[in-house]
Design a protein around this ligand. Structure first.
Ligand SMILES: Cc1ncc(COP(=O)(O)O)c(C=O)c1O
Length: 385
């Protein structure tokens, strides 16, 4: 019995042309996000600054919706321009001493690792953890071993879901290990948020960040940063401005009194059009229900893995219940992943070459038929058709 998409396909114009299986790359924008951005921009065209108060009110609803998807309080969420900025705010906002230690996996997306490597010139020691199982997964034990191999780290930084191979780290277990060692846990959640249900506060994550343009189904250039309440005072706001203070919009009050929430990290005028677009996408996800979205994507990726194996491809990602994500990677013997991706695209199936293979990443509006189209194209390439 095919799993029924919990997100309405009619809201995704991309379905007219493509079997779009590339949400780990850049999402195809749903109609409500397109329209919300248009409405916001149009308000500015017809009413200018008079539209601001209404827009700002909507931004607070969007903050709450983002917090609901993250499983955190709304006051602990700041809008940022992207994941990289959120990571930079954490890496550079903490106070570092010569010899402080950071533990981070070595096969991360550049933005997940560079902010920490860049601290080396301040005397920070960065120790790398390597994935195991032929690069398919990164168990918490591997982190624990590296953490224990030196002085207690100040921070452990990792992606929740690795971008290339898609392994998912158990953040709740990792947070326990980190906290037992006196370390803070910083999780780049862009490859999981919007597809895997999240409870970041309950899991004990200290900092987390994601942009809207992947699994959150939103536009580029708008994202969210979570700062656990108990860490608020540990993180120096790097862009102090009118929006950072408790008395924002009292223009002649120049006392620097930080807002008592993560809003202190939002120094200046927000990307209002982006916030409105992201808000519409978050509403789609919340109305469908994160559990329903995840159950459907799990069914799609199971079907893809079974089909790919019988088509003679090799699935190279972790498919264990706790280690799986919305990302599946596979290789086709002796065929360059770029060529395979191009062959798929010529049949209307969009994936990406990543993680040493081809990466597919379906969402809650994709169908078994679309996954089957991918599998039959791969079967033609392997000669199994
Ligand atoms: C794990 C991970 N972190 C960060 C990024 C970059 O995100 P942004 O462009 O929002 O900074 C990506 C993009 O692919 C990613 O996969």
């Amino acid at each position: 019995m095919p799993s029924r998409p919990p997100l309405d396909r009619a809201q995704f114009p991309v379905t007219d042309r493509w079997a779009y299986l590339n949400h780990a790359g850049i999402t195809a924008l749903p109609k409500p996000a397109l329209e919300a951005q248009y409405r916001c921009a149009r308000d500015l065209a017809v009413d200018g600054g008079l539209a601001y108060a209404g827009h700002a009110e909507r931004a607070e609803e969007v903050r709450s919706a983002a917090a609901a998807v993250m499983g955190v309080p709304a006051d602990d969420v700041a809008f940022v321009k992207n994941t990289t900025e959120g990571l930079g705010f954490v890496a550079n906002g903490l106070t570092w001493q010569e010899g402080d230690r950071v533990v981070v996996p070595d096969l991360e997306f550049p933005s997940t690792i560079y902010p920490w490597l860049a601290l080396r010139d301040r005397g920070v020691v960065v120790d790398l953890v390597s994935p195991v199982g032929a690069g398919r997964c990164l168990p918490v034990d591997a982190f624990a071993e590296t953490i224990a191999s030196g002085p207690p780290p100040k921070v452990v930084a990792t992606s929740w879901v690795q971008f290339g191979r898609g392994w998912r780290t158990d953040l709740a277990s990792l947070a326990s290990v980190c906290h037992a060692a006196g370390a803070l846990l910083c999780a780049d959640v862009i490859q999981g948020l919007g597809v895997v249900p999240a409870e970041l506060e309950a899991w004990g994550v200290d900092f987390a960040m994601a942009d809207a343009h992947k699994w959150l189904l939103g536009p580029l250039g708008i994202g969210v940063l979570y700062v656990r309440r108990s860490c608020l005072e540990e993180l120096r706001p790097l862009e102090p401005g009118w929006a950072s203070v408790v008395h924002r919009e009292q223009w002649d009050n120049l006392d620097l009194v930080w807002d008592d929430s993560a809003r202190r990290f939002e120094g200046g005028s927000p990307n209002m059009v982006g916030i409105h677009g992201m808000g519409a996408s978050l509403d789609l996800l919340l109305n469908a229900g994160m559990e329903a979205v995840w159950t459907h994507v799990s069914a799609l990726t199971d079907r893809a893995c079974e089909g790919l194996a019988s088509a003679g491809a090799t699935v190279t990602c972790d498919r264990s219940p706790k280690g799986r994500s919305g990302i599946v990677t596979f290789t086709v013997a002796e065929q360059d992943p770029v060529t395979v991706t191009a062959a798929l695209e010529s049949r209307g199936v969009v994936c990406s070459p990543r993680g040493g293979g081809v990466r597919l990443s379906p969402h809650g509006y994709n169908t078994y038929e679309e996954v089957d189209r991918l599998v039959s194209t791969v079967a033609e390439l392997t000669g199994a058709a």
